[in-house]
Design a protein around this ligand. Structure first.
Ligand code: SF4
Length: 188
């Protein structure tokens, strides 16, 4: 019988490759969605619905044990420029705690498929939380599957967002796109 791993899952496109990669390693994968960083609420719902429908197609369920409360994210962020480690900590700690209470011995995250994320920070946070809650964090680098996940999402017509999740990342992405054409508008 294979060991179970609790997979913190951020969205359907990332879940496609990471579920398969972990299953190839021999794990039984249990997906959990906890992402209060996603803003606004309709974006959260869109990502959630896309993920549920993808996993259902694969014969899997999505665990969503916590209600959406963006204040959990906003109250934690003291310095927007250093926000990502705090964001990783918030999400992974709650997932690890939930898993520990239900007998999981291992957890990890889909976040390490993204070339836009800070992998050393994710690994560090994951290991710290793993030690604290006595549940092992699987240190993985899934970036080699990023392009495959993009192609798979296009084939399956899955919604793919163009920003990480928080209002800051939405602003930064929009700013990058607008700066090229709105030369008269000033951005901070
Ligand atoms: S950019 Fe992404 S990882 Fe960083 S704080 Fe925003 S939602 Fe979290």
């Amino acid at each position: 019988m294979s060991d179970k791993v609790l997979l913190h899952t951020c969205c359907a496109p990332c879940a496609t490759y990471v579920n398969e990669a972990l299953e190839k390693e021999g794990w039984e994968v249990v997906n959990i969605f906890y992402n209060p960083n996603i803003h606004p609420f309709d974006e959260y719902v869109h990502r959630y619905e896309t993920l549920v429908s993808y996993l259902e197609r694969e014969g899997k369920v999505l665990n969503v044990p916590f209600p959406y409360n963006p204040l959990e994210y906003f109250s934690l962020i003291t310095q927007p420029e250093n926000r990502c480690s705090q964001c990783y900590f918030l999400r992974l700690q709650k997932v690890a705690q939930w898993g520990k209470e239900r007998g999981f011995k291992f957890f990890t995250t889909t976040l390490t498929i993204s070339p836009y994320q800070n992998l050393p920070a994710i690994w560090e946070v994951g290991k710290q939380i793993g030690e604290k809650w006595d549940i092992e964090f699987l240190v993985r680098d899934f970036r080699e599957g990023f392009h495959q996940s993009v192609a798979r999402s296009k084939n399956l017509k899955l919604y793919r967002q163009n920003y990480c999740g928080c209002i800051f990342s939405k602003y930064e992405g929009t700013k990058r796109r607008l700066e090229k054409r709105l030369t008269g508008l000033k951005f901070s």
